[in-house]
Design a protein around this ligand. Structure first.
Ligand SMILES: Cc1ncc(COP(=O)(O)O)c(C=O)c1O
Length: 428
């Protein structure tokens, strides 16, 4: 039986001075206690009680190379020796923006920021400035960050008037008045909304695959429908690739699924665990920044450490014709197949939806989860108990069911994970 005594002590101590005891609200849902980590390497982490874990939280997604990849660390260290933050221009900005333009289908120009939320904020601002319109269509169950103008209650409450509901107390009452929340994957509904509101819609924003709620794929023709409607009504198509960018392919999900948005947002994996995000897209839209018509600000924008980490990460993932993605695919597939066999043997009804090295495991009696409502019907309580049992057996999982595999995970890790999870299930 693992002892988590020191983590428990530190969590109590932390709550005395750190609001909520964690630095991002979701982290306090980890059971039996939010872990305090001592060190991490590759696919593994160790907590302050010296327990070792195979990690599938992977920093909430950025760690595509795993923890402390030696080459990434060396490049970051080299860059840091010559200064860490200039607030002025440097070569890595040019280098990384060129790499993004080369590898991301819709990218003609790029703007850097620090978090996914900031990138979404900028993309939405660009869309409003470019189109001269105000309303933004976003979809039920999608997550695009936590600023007042986009953050809605989760699960969203859909009603006929498409209103967005605040995701937190303290949110400006006016911030969401220009947001329309529409059910995803329903072309007819979207078309009807655009017929009514298209003249005032600046942009439709969507995740390419609904990673934040079940890894649900777009139905055939849905992305094409968004593309057609946005072009027809003079609105912009924003593809939020904060999770999928540089993770499912070097050109992101837009390369994987063959989608051509006007703007895209990326974050998480692009700098392997350093704070970096970006907006990329059509030249004439991005040029609103060059022309001084759209403000793009931030003390730490273009930070040298983050940008150097971005260059190093992309160099690594692009090497040998994308061999890293093939490897991620093999390991992720083996893990998912192993989980399916294990859960079937233990008679736990489940569905796993996967895009590359990201997948969602849901406990459900349903045969498939292809709609948000089916995702919402999963047994979240049972899964959370499973995640807790897994933690006690040495496998770190997000209680939501979203898993990230990194290039540091091996086939041997997969086998060990499955053995540990078998014990976790027996513990349930
Ligand atoms: C699709 C998507 N967009 C935006 C964000 C916000 O990114 P950040 O947490 O870096 O602000 C997230 C975060 O998980 C995300 O999944």
């Amino acid at each position: 039986m693992r002892s988590l005594e020191k983590s428990e002590q530190l969590f109590r101590l932390s709550q005395q001075t750190l609001a909520g005891g964690v630095s991002s609200t979701l982290r306090n849902v980890m059971k039996p206690v939010p872990l305090y980590l001592e060190k991490a390497k590759g696919s593994r982490v160790w907590d302050v009680d010296l327990n070792e874990y195979l990690d599938y939280v992977m920093g909430y997604g950025p760690l595509i190379l795993g923890h402390s990849d030696p080459e990434l660390l060396e490049e970051v260290q080299k860059a840091t020796l010559d200064g860490q933050q200039f607030g002025m221009q440097h070569w890595a900005e040019i280098e990384l923006s060129r790499m993004i333009v080369d590898q991301v289908p819709c990218a003609e120009k790029v703007a850097f920021s620090g978090s996914g939320t900031e990138a979404v904020m900028l993309a939405v601002r660009l869309a409003r400035a470019f189109t001269g319109k105000q309303k933004i269509i976003r979809f039920e169950g999608h997550y695009h960050g936590w600023y007042d103008g986009i953050f809605t209650s989760f699960p969203d409450t859909i009603d006929e008037d498409l209103s967005a509901y605040a995701g937190t107390q303290g949110q400006s009452e006016n911030a969401l008045k220009d947001i329309l929340v529409v059910p995803w994957n329903d072309s007819k509904k979207l078309e009807a909304v655009m017929v009514e509101h298209g003249h005032e819609v600046a942009a439709i924003i969507t995740e390419p695959v609904l990673c934040n709620a079940g890894c649900i794929y777009p139905v055939e023709g849905y992305m094409e429908c968004i593309r057609r409607l946005t072009s027809e009504y003079g609105s912009l198509f924003i593809l939020d690739e904060v999770i999928t960018g540089c993770r499912v392919a070097s050109g992101g999900a837009q390369e994987w699924l063959g989608i051509m948005p006007d703007l895209t947002t990326m974050g998480k994996a692009i700098a392997g665990g350093y704070s970096l995000s970006l907006v990329a897209g059509r030249r004439e839209v991005m040029d609103l920044i060059s022309e001084g018509r759209v403000a793009h600000l931030g003390t730490l924008n273009g930070n040298k450490v983050a940008l150097s980490a971005g260059v190093a990460t992309l160099n690594i993932i692009n090497r040998n014709n994308g061999e890293l993605f093939k490897r991620l695919e093999r390991v992720s597939e083996a893990l998912v197949e192993g989980l399916r066999v294990l859960l079937a043997a233990k008679e736990i009804p489940h569905v796993i939806n996967r895009i590359g090295s990201v997948f969602h495991l849901m406990f459900t009696e349903l045969k498939e989860v292809v709609h948000y409502s089916q995702f919402m019907a999963r047994d979240a309580v049972k899964y959370s108990a499973f995640a807790e049992a897994a933690l006690m057996e040495g496998v770190l999982l997000r209680p939501s069911g979203l898993w990230y595999v990194s290039a540091a995970h091996s086939m041997e890790d997969v086998q060990i994970t499955l053995q540990r999870l078998e014990s976790a299930i027996d513990r349930l």
